[in-house]
Each structure stands twice: as C-alpha cells, then as structure tokens.
Design a binder for this molecule. Structure first.
Ligand code: NI
Ligand code: MN
Length: 236
C-alpha cells in the first residue's frame, strides 16, 4: 500500500466523515452512506461537489441516507441498495438497482455482493428500510468490503469463502450502535483482511473512541487500522 502514489488505475478511497466514503474503482465513483450536512465534523465538505456514478446505501438510518437524495438529484447517480431502500428513492423519481442479502450483480465497474449485517433499518420518514446490509465489491484489480452498521457476526466468516481476497475492509469501530474496535479486530480475522479503515466513530458522544487504543488493538494482532482525516484519500 502506498499513501502518496497517484496512479489513476489504483483504487482510491476518500473519507468524508462518519461512514461516508467515496471509492473510485473500475473507472467509476461509488459514494457510500452520505451523511455530511448534519455531521458537525464534516463542515469542510461541500455536498454540491459530489458527482458519483453510484450511491450505495447500507441501511435506512438518517446518519447513512441524510444527503443521498440531494446528491442523487444533482448528479443523476444510480442507487445500489436493498429492494426497500431502492423503492424509497424510486418514489422520489430517482433511479436504482434493487438487491437483497446474498445476491450479487455484475455492474460495469465490478461485481457487488450484498452481505449480512446485524443492525436495524428504519428510514427518517418512518418507512421500513429493508434489511441492513454490507457490500463486498470486486473487479479484476480491487476487492473491498464496506460493512455498513453491524455487530460482529459469525456470518463474516463466509466472506473469504465466497468472495475474492479482500485488500481492505471498512469496518465500524465506534461501539454502542455497532461493533467496537475490539470486535472489529475479530471481524478482520473472520474476513481474513490485514488492512482496515475505521468508520462510524467520533461523530457523536456515544461513539467517541480512544483512537490510539484502537490502533494498538489491531497492531497487537499484526493488522493495520487506518483512521483517515475527513477529506483524506487513500490509494490502494
Ligand atoms: Ni444505523
Ligand atoms: Mn449508523
């Protein structure tokens, strides 16, 4: 891994706070779980600057879908999520590709597989958001896992059995609403991934973590936890 190289063919992951990341892979921009305008830590991020090809939503909670509709309207992006969430955006005149847990689909940028997450999913307007999900995404160059909001679950052991080897995983580490970093260390073992990018931490009081302790917990098992600054890009 190289933090400085700017080879455009390599996967780029940019962090926008909380669980919002943009991943460039297979020649497309994928935006995950946009929650920016109401994130006090992401005041430097301008949501009108986003122009994703696809918006991927892990579940319906406000801290994952808050800015999704506005960004989709200005960018003409296509949603990828579970059936219920895609139905919700289609009701607003937006387009999407509906999926459900366990299914995979080959898009032009690569294959997306929806995997199990253990959480809950209600939309800000009270509608049921369908099952909460994680995403494993791969193409000839790259393979990564975006876990969404989830507990540590034994089902994570299935991922290395049914998907290509992961280069990197984005795992929640903030505890209280999701697994904490201690469980994320176990998750990294289950998914056989050496490099983890932490998400879903520090945004609110309930999920403030000791970042030094979190990094050490991964180091102690020979793995790396990367905590990106908001706006920082990692090239893998
Ligand atoms: Ni949630
Ligand atoms: Mn959340």
């Amino acid at each position: 891994m190289d933090y400085l190289c700017d080879n455009s063919e390599r996967m780029k992951i940019t962090y926008f706070g909380h669980s919002c990341v943009e991943v460039i892979t297979g020649g497309k921009k994928l935006l995950f779980d946009p929650f920016i305008s109401q994130n006090p830590l992401a005041k430097s991020v301008n949501i009108t600057s986003f122009n994703p090809d696809f918006i991927l939503l892990s579940h319906g909670h406000g801290d994952h879908v808050q800015d999704a509709v506005q960004i989709a309207k200005s960018s003409e992006s296509t949603f990828i999520s579970c059936f219920e969430l895609v139905s919700w955006v289609e009701e607003k005149g937006l387009k999407g590709h509906p999926m459900n847990i366990g299914g995979k689909w080959k898009f032009d940028f690569g294959t997306v597989k929806l995997v199990q997450a253990v959480h809950s999913s209600k939309l800000p307007d009270g509608q049921y958001g369908g099952p909460e999900a994680g995403f494993v995404i791969w193409n000839e160059e790259d393979c990564f896992y975006f876990a969404g909001d989830t507990a540590l679950t034994m089902d994570m052991q299935l991922i290395p059995m049914i998907c290509p080897p992961l280069q990197v995983a984005l795992l929640p580490i903030g505890d209280n609403f999701t697994m904490g970093y201690e469980d994320a260390v176990v998750a990294a073992d289950f998914i056989q991934c050496e490099t983890v990018i932490g998400i879903h931490y520090d945004t609110f009081g309930y999920i403030t973590i000791d970042k030094q302790a979190a990094r050490k917990a991964f180091e102690s098992v020979g793995k790396e936890l990367i905590l990106l600054d908001i706006g920082q890009t990692l090239t893998i």
